[in-house]
Design a protein around this ligand. Structure first.
Ligand code: GTP
Ligand code: MG
Ligand code: ZN
Length: 302
């Protein structure tokens, strides 16, 4: 048997497309049904048989996962950073953005928010206003916001504003995530010339659909940089997180405690308890009040 380590690029059903350390791609099948792979997993593959067989998944350094009550889905594993794509058309959901931020913060994964479709001026103004609610959160997490138009609807449709982003991708595995239709695949196409052809090849090999993204897909950006396109979603459950993990995605509350003192109750939920410094700090602050509402919603949904 000739076993070797490979990176899982994409998988569908029992089939997977992997890339070994020599840069050789293999179409494989999984041994057994108990392996639950994710895009960018490190796997062990036996290439002495045809088709090659995936025999094991190596332990993950991290994973970004959504979980509803009875099922969970890992978008990608072993990532260095996440790009969260939002837009004004359709207007992104502030609840979903809060959820994605929590999923990253809970795994200590640094993030970057990409505001796409900035060619649509009025829609982008609305999105910018809504994003301002997250200003304190983004600053406390040390994240950045980059404004781009991956595929403008007028003119020659070439991407605008991607240079700042390019310089942040070197040497990293970057997850591209976001709601359906925000422009994740358009961004991938802007960053990686010839990607459409690669995507077509993979979706033919794995027999998946073509237009909207249905499976996660790792693409080489340059020698040691990787981009992971993922299917969009309209739900992002966080059932796998504890309340203290969720709180990592709301760093403002910790900042209030440091500035104004702690709440009366050590396990204060900032809902109805008396002498809650967080609730007091949010009074008369529209952005903070919305963040507190989101906190209560997410907390109640765990
Ligand atoms: N005006 C404008 N439209 C854009 C831009 N980027 C993407 N779009 C359009 O937005 C739509 C959705 O783009 P996709 O790249 O497929 O979005 P996605 O996030 O990959 O969607 P899913 O795979 O379904 O999650 C397409 O019609 C794109 O042409 C942009 O910068 N400006
Ligand atoms: Mg897509
Ligand atoms: Zn409180």
């Amino acid at each position: 048997m000739s076993a070797m380590r490979a990176r899982l690029l994409s998988h569908h059903g029992r089939q997977a497309w992997v890339l070994d350390d020599q840069g050789q791609a293999h179409l494989c099948v999984f041994r057994g049904r108990e392996l639950t792979p994710a895009a960018n997993d490190w796997i062990e593959v036996d290439t002495s048989v045809q088709p090659a067989v995936i025999t094991a998944i190596y332990p993950r350094t991290n994973d970004i996962t959504r979980s509803e009550a009875h099922r969970s889905k890992t978008l990608a594993a072993n990532i260095d950073q996440a790009v969260i794509v939002i837009s004004g058309a359709p207007l992104f959901s502030d609840e979903l953005l809060a959820r994605m931020i929590c999923a990253c913060a809970a795994q200590d994964v640094p993030g970057l928010i990409v505001m796409n479709k900035t060619d649509l001026v009025d829609d982008t103004a609305r999105a910018t206003a809504q994003l301002s609610v997250f200003g304190a959160c983004i600053e406390l997490l040390g994240w950045r916001v980059i404004r781009i138009a991956a595929r403008p609807s007028e003119g020659d449709r070439t991407a605008v504003g991607c240079d700042a982003l390019r310089s942040l991708l070197a040497g990293k595995a970057t997850l591209i995530m976001g709601q359906s239709g925000m422009g994740k695949s358009s961004l991938m196409n802007a960053l990686v010339p010839g990607l459409n052809a690669q995507t077509r090849e993979i979706s033919q090999a794995l027999q998946t659909g073509k237009h909207t993204t249905t499976v996660g897909q790792v693409v080489r950006y340059d020698q040691d940089s990787w981009l992971i396109d993922t299917p969009g979603f309209q739900l992002f459950g966080l059932h796998h997180l504890s309340i203290s993990q969720l709180a990592l995605g709301f760093p403002e509350w910790q900042a209030v405690h440091e500035r104004d003192g702690r709440c009366h109750y050590a396990n204060c939920t900032h809902d109805l308890e008396p002498n809650c410094t967080v609730r007091s700090a949010c009074l008369n602050d529209k952005a903070a009040s919305r963040r507190l509402e989101l906190w209560k919603m997410l907390r109640a949904s765990l």
